[in-house]
Design a protein around this ligand. Structure first.
Ligand SMILES: [Zn+2]
Ligand SMILES: [Zn+2]
Length: 435
């Protein structure tokens, strides 16, 4: 996670305004000291660290294994033995949820969250050039020039207005990426590092993490609901299955406990997905190249935000296979003048058509007052029909208004087209003001 320390010059040390980490000032042309990563074999204590890191995963797997025994053996084959239909229904439903839960869990653990491409890594010469900067402004200018030379397109900036740079990985940080100190690497669209999956949750495995939470909640809720009746029997001493009855009691209590704890986390991430924010962005809104911070800068509307993570095919939404859209490096940006929707994720900006991407179909125009219009957002692959409010202004748009952003559209009025500029309410994308 990046810090927000003030950049400053202290003697011959220049701090990176993005990371707040001190950079050794070396003369231009000289390579900075090599930072060798420790090798596992050279540091035996890292075996212990790796084992400790995997303890939460072993704990979850242990709980899942015990719950399988408690539910299938003690409850279904024991407590439910006098009701065959209940046995069949519970056994089938349990195994479907259990398989999906374990599948999504392992996909979250084993899927790389997304690493920064080597094309974003600075050369030794570029690192030396950066380290030779005498002032913070010079450092920013050199970094911007290096990023442009490397062809790294970024819309996000540090709090100090610099292109975001990772000192440890020596790379330009793609939009929405952050450095994870546990993984010791920059993670694309980093959400957080999760000890329960012993992995970073980021662009590559966020869908799996969401499904893991969803199926974990379903698993616990299903166990609690289907074992409640037998749990009640325990207190009336009518649960005659010997010692196995204690498994029924504990599996009910544990499932209730986990249902409550997982539920809050799941619904919190549902909120984040629908608003296209990572956990880190929820805490601090991203700063863009126009030096404004906007938590909703990446938001494309609830449905499009959801599709960005889960893909376009609804049949594949509940399946833990990769269906997310984009490359993890470039993201559609609602604040840009050339507004694009999720269909164009991954498309090069240079390949976008010069013509406006929005068409207002048959707007009913009148001087002043609110009117209705139908808005169509075109993209290379499809179009999205959308109705919203529109109002007509007799005077010029006020670009200073912080609540509106302007974009170009084509007005199609019964076959007569004209290009004009409209202002879009940032808080309500369906509200347009036509100039
Ligand atoms: Zn990094
Ligand atoms: Zn991590």
């Amino acid at each position: 996670m990046s810090g927000g320390g003030e950049g400053r010059v202290v003697g011959n040390l220049i701090t990176n305004p993005e990371a707040g980490i001190e950079v050794l000032h070396t003369p231009a042309g000289l390579k900075p000291p090599e930072m060798k990563k420790p090798v596992l074999v050279q540091r035996p204590c890292m075996y212990l660290a790796s084992f400790v890191k995997s303890l939460p995963v072993l704990f979850i797997l242990g709980i899942a294994g015990w719950s399988y025994y408690a539910y299938v053996v003690a409850l279904v084959l024991g407590a439910m033995q006098d009701n065959l239909s209940e046995q069949v229904v519970c056994c089938v439903m349990y195994h479907i949820i259990f398989i999906m839960f374990i599948w999504s869990y392992f996909m979250t653990i084993l899927t790389p969250p997304g690493k920064v491409s080597t094309s974003w890594m600075l050369s030794a010469g570029a690192v030396s050039s950066l380290a030779a900067a005498q002032t913070e402004e010079e450092w920013k200018t050199r970094l911007a020039a290096i990023a442009a030379e490397m062809g790294c397109r970024v819309k996000q900036r540090s709090v100090q207005g610099a292109v975001r740079y990772c000192e440890k990985c020596e790379c330009i940080k793609p939009d929405r990426s952050h450095h994870c100190s546990v993984c010791e690497a920059c993670t694309l669209k980093m959400d957080h590092h999760c000890p329960w999956v012993n992995n970073c949750v980021g662009f590559g495995n966020y869908k799996f993490f969401m499904l893991f939470l969803c199926y974990a909640l379903s698993y616990c809720t299903f166990i609690a609901a289907s074992s409640a009746r037998h749990f009640a029997k325990f207190w009336s001493d009518s649960l005659s299955i010997g010692v196995a009855k204690y498994h029924v009691v504990f599996v009910f209590l544990v499932s209730i406990l986990f249902s409550i704890s997982v539920s809050s986390l799941f619904w919190y991430h549902v909120y984040l997905v629908l608003n296209n924010r990572s956990t880190l962005e929820q805490f601090r809104g991203p700063v863009f190249d126009d030096q404004t911070s906007d938590k909703d800068g990446w938001s494309l509307g609830h449905l499009n935000n959801f599709k960005e993570v889960f893909g376009l095919n609804p049949l594949l939404w509940p399946i833990p296979i990769p269906t997310h859209i984009g490359d993890g490096t470039n993201f559609p940006h609602r604040r840009a003048k050339n507004f694009t929707n999720y269909h164009s994720i991954g498309n090069s900006e240079l390949s976008r058509p010069e013509t406006p991407s929005r068409t207002l179909v048959n707007p009913i125009l009148s001087t002043g007052g609110a009117v209705s219009a139908s808005q169509t957002i075109h993209s290379n692959t499809t179009s999205v029909q959308h109705s919203g409010k529109a109002s007509v202004m007799s005077g010029p748009l006020s670009p200073a208004s912080p609540d509106y952003t302007s974009t170009e559209v084509v007005l199609d009025m019964n076959g007569t087209t004209r290009t004009t500029t409209v202002a879009i309410n940032k808080d309500d994308l369906s509200e347009l003001v036509i100039q």
